[in-house]
Design a protein around this ligand. Structure first.
Ligand code: S3P
Ligand code: PEP
Length: 409
């Protein structure tokens, strides 16, 4: 599906949008609910990734296809490895067979798991024969993906002796690890995280409880971008959000003050307001703790005509696509002066935006959603726009609610 986008004629917006539940919180909650049936979940994400996770957890033998869902791939690896009697092949899209999983597989094998590679060493598909895991100490590199760590932490309380992790190297995407621990604490599991050591106690049963998923902050980023690119006076209200979020991407509220967007927290809602404050021209952000909003921020800066220097982007190369290369190619098509390394992105201020460029999305939901707000400043095409369903199936409908004109070609 190719879409042509035109922004609202009146750039002064006043709308309210309800965003689906966080896919990160949902996928963790689904796994915990599979381990502990006393847990129920509210405001579950309607994303493809949460759906494949939910379906995957129900399978006991045969092939589990998780498509493009990285967290589902990593979390289900830990889950099936520790489920005695279950035997599955975990596979996914072509891109998933290029996303490394060796660190997690090695860690699980060192704990006694039975996992083998079906094709290429170090990558999905993998064959898993579930086993009872009794070892309780594991050491693994922490600088490639936090999802490996969360996968181990999520199964940790269900293991006979709990688990102690030693994290080696600079820990990346830390808020996602803390989110996992916070959810474990919420269901009554004891955890500690000191320095490079995490301990999780074993827990047979948990009390009946409901995990209420906050709406997705990464999805909120696209509205921050639209607000930044709109006229002063714009107000966009989003629900359902909490002031004390488990999601690291809530740092958006702070980052976007540089682009004239102020956030106010109400009862389960946030209101983004575009002020007439001058947009900052010194935009340097380390996004090692919030990698999923890098694309949004780069495109916002381009749309505003200001430069930025983004660091801490070392995980972007192994996500749905090589996001650094994809940003370089697509922003250049629009006239940007951009350079990337394997962990940084530098954008110089540019005045003009080339109209009616076709943005390629590389099977990456965030490429489609990060570029869409540019319709506030130009008209553009988005190729394979259906990719948004990976995390935010209602995205295009919600843009229509903000008076975007969306023509399907
Ligand atoms: O644990 C999670 O829910 C996630 C962790 C992050 O991955 P990395 O730790 O690989 O950066 C993030 O990019 C991803 O979208 C979701
Ligand atoms: C990186 C992402 O997802 P995953 O790793 O779960 O595929 C994302 O949603 O930006």
């Amino acid at each position: 599906m190719k879409l042509h986008l035109t922004g609202p004629s009146d750039k002064h917006l006043n709308e309210t949008i309800t965003i689906t539940g966080s896919k990160s919180e949902s996928n963790r909650s689904l796994l915990l609910a599979a381990l502990y049936p006393a847990i129920s979940i509210e405001n579950l994400s309607n994303s493809d990734d949460a759906q494949v996770m939910e379906q995957g957890l129900k399978i006991t033998e045969g092939t589990v296809d998780i498509h493009h869902a990285g967290t589902a791939m990593r979390f289900l690896t830990g889950y099936f490895a520790s489920q005695e009697g279950k035997e599955v092949v975990l596979t996914g899209s072509k891109r998933m067979t290029e996303r490394p999983i060796e660190i997690l597989v090695d860690a699980l094998k060192s704990l006694g798991a039975d996992i083998s590679y079906v094709q290429d060493e170090g990558y999905p598909p993998i064959k898993i024969k579930g086993k009872r895991i009794v070892k309780d100490k594991v050491s693994l590199p922490a600088n490639v993906s936090s999802q490996y760590i969360s996968s181990l932490l999520l199964i940790a309380p269900s293991l006979e002796n709990g688990l102690e992790l030693e994290l080696v190297g600079k820990i990346t995407s830390v808020p996602y690890i803390k989110m996992t621990l916070a959810l474990l604490e919420e269901i009554g599991v004891k955890t500690s995280f000191e320095g490079n050591r995490i301990k999780v106690s074993s827990q047979d049963k948990v009390a009946s409880s409901t995990l209420v998923v906050e709406s997705d902050w990464s999805s909120a980023s696209y509205f921050y971008s639209i607000c930044a690119l709109s006229d002063p006076g714009t107000e966009i209200t989003l629900s359902a959000y909490k002031k004390e979020s488990l999601q690291g991407d809530s740092v958006l509220a702070k980052i976007y003050t540089s682009f004239g967007v102020e956030t106010t927290f109400g009862e389960n809602i946030i209101t983004l307001k575009k002020t007439d404050k001058k947009v900052s021209t010194e935009n340097e952000f380390d996004l090692a703790n919030a990698p999923d909003i890098a694309q949004t921020i780069a495109v916002t800066c381009f749309g505003l005509g200001v430069g930025c220097h983004l660091t801490g982007l070392h995980t972007l190369k192994i996500k749905e696509t090589d996001r650094l290369e994809a940003l370089d190619t697509e922003l250049s098509k629009l006239g940007a002066s951009i350079s990337v390394t394997d962990k940084t992105l530098t954008l110089l201020p540019t005045k003009a935006i080339t109209a009616d460029v076709s943005i390629d999305t590389y099977n990456d939901h965030r490429m489609a959603m990060a570029f869409a707000p540019l319709a506030m400043r130009t008209t553009l095409f988005v190729n394979n726009a259906e990719v948004v369903s990976k995390s935010y199936p209602d995205f295009w409908n919600d843009l229509k609610q903000l008076h975007f004109t969306i023509r399907e070609l």
